[in-house]
Design a protein around this ligand. Structure first.
Ligand SMILES: *[C@@H]1O[C@H](CO)[C@@H](O)[C@H](O)[C@H]1NC(C)=O
Ligand SMILES: *[C@@H]1O[C@H](CO)[C@@H](O)[C@H](O)[C@H]1NC(C)=O
Ligand SMILES: *[C@@H]1O[C@H](CO)[C@@H](O)[C@H](O)[C@H]1NC(C)=O
Ligand SMILES: *[C@@H]1O[C@H](CO)[C@@H](O)[C@H](O)[C@H]1NC(C)=O
Ligand SMILES: *[C@@H]1O[C@H](CO)[C@@H](O)[C@H](O)[C@H]1NC(C)=O
Ligand SMILES: *[C@@H]1O[C@H](CO)[C@@H](O)[C@H](O)[C@H]1NC(C)=O
Ligand SMILES: *[C@@H]1O[C@H](CO)[C@@H](O)[C@H](O)[C@H]1NC(C)=O
Ligand SMILES: *[C@@H]1O[C@H](CO)[C@@H](O)[C@H](O)[C@H]1NC(C)=O
Ligand SMILES: *[C@@H]1O[C@H](CO)[C@@H](O)[C@H](O)[C@H]1NC(C)=O
Length: 447
């Protein structure tokens, strides 16, 4: 009798799920992640990122993997680490092919921006590749991370020794490149035992200290070093302290010295203190408003905060986790839109998506209200959710291995109308480029 009753319940469930269209492996279901609603939301957020913005209709133009409308080369690299992190913390292999197909050779990466990408842009790819190596164990990613490291050191380090060296960003030394390289050198040393990486790490650390990039009183992090070898005291950009925290955690791993962790906590807590409003992280870009680079900074902060949480004692970890949870609650309550249920303003800068709009999509201000979504702010919320997935979360079911093929880049011409509205398409031999809105295309040249 009990068995028969069970059968009827089963049938009813099957029929009910058929009526509301049974989930496919693409769908993120409550069953997949046990009790982790954070992992479930991360899964949905990644699905919407991929469905709405990947692959880009202009993927054929570039030598790297592009999401439709990311601000630039660097964000296409930076988002890969979140994919690897979600696999790791979420215990699944969703989008593995997408992640693996992101590998590019040095020459292709160098081609990405004419005449050459900046060192911070390259370092985002290196950090992501190294994380992919950690999670998937594919040596080719380690090799590329080393090559990028060496290229940056060769061309980007100030070998004159002024202000103790440091990595350039054009004619100034931005903190971001230096904290990225600190983390990259340290992590490469951990994975290779090659002491040249350790020496690089130490040089970069000395440079950061000599230029007082970390304010000794408040532990806020300056954005740029001045010509006088001091921080410029623009403390507003959350990603500087995030990437530094990631670097300090790596230094702790290889030097086994807890003073780096103590400093990492101070730096992290300073950003949480100075950049939260009502408990919610806010990028301080006013009065002028955030530029499109700044759309992802908060996500980068919380991404590296997670690496600190992973080496924190239980109470400290819980305090960070509660703070992240407050941010997640705010985002899900106030900064969200579901295209299936209402009209959501979604930016497709490179032309219409290959798929129908899918939610949830998110907006820049984690306090809300929702006004407009784009792949940068979606990736930022993806980072937030992944950062707070409960340790020990497991994934069960067909959804855990969902792995759509990644179409090979297709060569496009202006006939495909690949350029955003207002940007003239300019064809030269079999190549094309999108001119600025203020330019015209005259005989194959944006003028
Ligand atoms: C979910 O939570 C309940 C109650 O806390 C617990 O009994 C159960 O084991 C959990 N399930 C999983 C898969 O973690
Ligand atoms: C998921 O976790 C289990 C252990 O709980 C482990 O054996 C398995 O390899 C993990 N799978 C992935 C894809 O991480
Ligand atoms: C690096 O050295 C440590 C300590 O000897 C060792 O445990 C580790 O396996 C080495 N790692 C590599 C990649 O050689
Ligand atoms: C820094 O790294 C580069 C590339 O690996 C290496 O050639 C150089 O010797 C390193 N610098 C120091 C001071 O070890
Ligand atoms: C930093 O943000 C504050 C708002 O919190 C703003 O008043 C200030 O001008 C910003 N500083 C810089 C250097 O942009
Ligand atoms: C790391 O430091 C701690 C505390 O000083 C010490 O007990 C431990 O043995 C060290 N571990 C290694 C691998 O050196
Ligand atoms: C969507 O945002 C764009 C860009 O700001 C704006 O021009 C447009 O009016 C918005 N559309 C809707 C329906 O809100
Ligand atoms: C988009 O939705 C429409 C209407 O539901 C459907 O007919 C179409 O097949 C969908 N297109 C894609 C690419 O999923
Ligand atoms: C959306 O809101 C943000 C502040 O959260 C603002 O900076 C941005 O200009 C708004 N965008 C549009 C298109 O209204």
């Amino acid at each position: 009798m009990a068995a028969a009753g069970g059968l009827w319940i089963c049938l009813a469930l099957v029929l009910a799920s058929l009526a509301s269209s049974a989930p496919t492996p693409e769908d993120c279901t409550t069953e997949m992640f046990g009790n982790s609603s954070t992992a479930l939301w991360a899964c949905r957020t990644q699905l919407a990122l991929q469905r709405n913005w990947f692959p880009s209709p202009i993927a054929g133009l570039f030598s790297y993997q592009v999401w439709n409308g990311f601000d630039g080369f660097w964000q296409n690299g930076a988002v890969l680490e979140t994919f690897a992190n979600f696999m790791y913390y979420g215990n699944h292999t969703r989008y593995q092919t997408c992640l693996k197909s992101s590998l590019r050779q040095m020459y292709d990466l160098e081609l990405a921006y004419a005449p050459a990408p900046s060192y911070d842009d390259m370092a985002w790819f290196a950090l992501s590749y190294l994380r992919i190596y950690e999670v998937l164990g594919d040596d080719d990613f380690l090799t590329l991370a080393k090559q990028i490291h060496d290229w940056n050191y060769q061309y980007g380090w100030d070998h004159t020794g002024a202000c103790g060296g440091g990595y350039w960003f054009y004619d100034q030394k931005t903190t971001i490149t230096n904290v990225q390289m600190l983390q990259l050198s340290a992590k490469l040393y951990r994975h290779t035992n090659d002491t040249s990486f350790l020496r690089n790490m130490t040089m970069t650390w000395k440079y950061i200290q000599k230029n007082r990039l970390i304010d000794p009183d408040t532990f806020q992090v300056s954005n740029i070093a001045t010509k006088d070898c001091t921080g410029n005291r623009d403390f507003n950009k959350t990603f500087n302290s995030g990437v530094l925290v990631g670097g300090l955690v790596e230094m702790y791993h290889i030097l086994n010295d807890t003073s780096y962790l103590t400093l990492a906590h101070r730096v992290a807590q300073a950003t949480i203190f100075y950049s939260s409003r009502g408990g919610v992280l806010v990028e301080r870009c006013w009065p002028e408003g955030c530029d499109e680079d700044e759309y992802v900074y908060k996500g980068l902060f919380v991404r590296y905060l997670r690496y600190l949480m992973d080496v924190s004692d239980d109470d400290t970890r819980r305090a960070y986790s509660d703070w992240l949870d407050g941010n997640i609650k705010s985002v899900i309550a106030n900064a969200i839109c579901w295209p299936e249920k209402s009209a959501c303003n979604i930016t497709y800068r490179d032309g219409p998506s290959l798929n129908n709009k899918t939610g949830p999509v998110f907006t820049l201000d984690w306090r809300g209200p929702f006004n407009i979504s784009n792949p940068m702010v979606q990736a930022e919320v993806f980072d937030l959710l992944v950062a707070n997935i409960e340790p020990g979360t497991t994934c069960r079911g067909a959804g855990c291995t969902y792995d759509p093929p990644v179409p090979p880049p297709r060569h496009l011409t202006c006939a495909d109308k690949p350029c955003p509205a207002g940007e003239p398409c300019c064809e030269y031999q079999q190549y094309y480029t999108c001119c600025e809105t203020t330019q015209k295309c005259i005989r194959g040249v944006c003028t």
